[in-house]
Design a binder for this molecule. Structure first.
Ligand SMILES: Cc1ncc(COP(=O)(O)O)c(C=O)c1O
Length: 371
């Protein structure tokens, strides 16, 4: 298997723990363990007593039960728990795709979704979205990509990096097309429940179509990436079995403390989501004003979900260089769009509680440069 460098993660590894402000992070504000225990004081003692033997490969039954309640039509048996979404992406592509297959990947997307598809040796086509079209998904162009051996379509809504949602009509039509052509849909839903207007939420793919896999994670909407816990959910038992067999070669089973804490957090997820949406609703207007004040530099499609957006940047220098200069001189980390093969863009975020301070510093810096 040949894997190209994971540019997003390499860039973050270089700067994430040395800059003062993350103004591009893809996850919502995190919490301490102690905050979660406040919701269930008896849980602390239960964690102390937790048995640290191997856990059930598919995930603890109590956790799979809790995860299944996030969906309408699925049961605990339809859930496979993984070491966060990243393991799930790796497993899914390698368990379900062979080099004779054709795979369609919606882009721009989180890098591993494209790179890991390529690493299977399958033929990969990109279902591209464009800034000029407000990042909308063009259903007709998807139809043109379908081949007799198309096995699998990857989509991600709400989207990293654009923070936009797929149009509901397109989403429903895509599921119907996939069902008609017997294509598996892998829908990355790690930002589900972080729609800025909850009424805009799309149904989960796994609820709409039995050969769709919905991907979930503790990392993004819930802001708990340190738990390293995610899941796949699919109503087709054969698909779950193949994923499960592959997982026995990656992590075998999950971390018992992470399963325990994830279950606790998911049972109180309304509190996590409420706090994270409050932060977004406080910060997003500040970001919108900033975009207007610096409209000579930035233009963007306003995000509808998640803590991120993906503006186009109008500067004369290379944008990777521009972002690195800001990291060194101001201590603020922006993510250059070249890591998504979109070199005219940056990923910027508004999900952290220190975002107003960071934005103020960036504002001053850009004003100074303009003088
Ligand atoms: C769209 C998307 N999917 C999956 C992942 C992986 O998330 P994790 O492995 O932390 O659950 C990320 C991380 O940035 C992401 O943005």
């Amino acid at each position: 298997m040949k894997l190209n460098p994971f540019r997003i993660e390499e860039y973050y590894a270089k700067y994430e723990f040395s800059v003062q402000y993350m103004l591009s992070s893809s996850d919502a504000q995190s919490r301490k363990l102690v905050d979660l225990f406040e919701w269930e004081p008896t849980a602390r003692k239960k964690l102390d007593d937790l048995w640290l033997g191997y856990t059930e490969a598919a995930g603890a039954p109590y956790l799979r039960e809790t995860i299944s309640t996030l969906y309408q039509k699925t049961r605990a048996d339809d859930v496979l728990v993984t070491a966060a979404a990243e393991e799930a992406i790796f497993i899914t592509y390698h368990a379900l795709i062979s080099s004779e297959d054709h795979v369609i990947v919606e882009t721009p997307c989180y890098e591993s979704a494209l790179e890991l598809a390529r690493s299977t040796g399958a033929t990969v086509s990109e279902w591209e979205r464009y800034f000029e079209d407000s990042w909308a998904n063009d259903f007709d162009s998807l139809i043109k990509l379908i081949r007799p051996n198309t096995k699998f379509i990857y989509i991600n809504t709400p989207s990293n990096p654009t923070g936009t949602l797929m149009d509901k009509d397109v989403f429903v039509k895509l599921m119907a097309l996939a069902e008609e052509q017997n294509i598996i849909v892998f829908c990355d839903e790690v930002y589900r429940e972080l729609e800025h207007d909850p009424a805009a939420r799309l149904p989960a793919a796994a609820d709409l179509y039995s050969n769709a896999i919905s991907l979930g994670s503790m990392s993004k909407s819930y802001g708990l990436p340190g738990l390293r816990l995610g899941w796949m959910i699919c109503r087709n038992p054969e698909v779950i079995k193949k994923l499960m067999n592959f997982k026995l070669y990656t992590s075998i089973c999950n971390s018992a403390p992470s399963e325990f804490m994830s279950d606790l957090a998911l049972r109180h997820r309304d509190k996590l989501i409420e706090r994270n949406l409050n932060i977004l609703h406080h910060n997003l207007p500040l970001m919108k004003d900033f975009m207007v004040r610096h409209s000579n530099i930035f233009s963007w499609v306003e995000p509808q979900a998640s803590p991120i957006g993906f503006p186009r940047v109008n500067v004369s220098e290379d944008i990777m260089h521009w972002c690195e200069k800001i990291a060194h001189e101001v201590g603020i980390l922006l993510l250059p769009g070249s890591v998504y093969d979109q070199p005219r863009h940056i990923r910027i975020s508004y999900g952290r509680s220190d975002m107003p301070e960071a934005l103020h510093l960036l504002d001053n810096y850009l004003n100074q440069l303009a003088k």
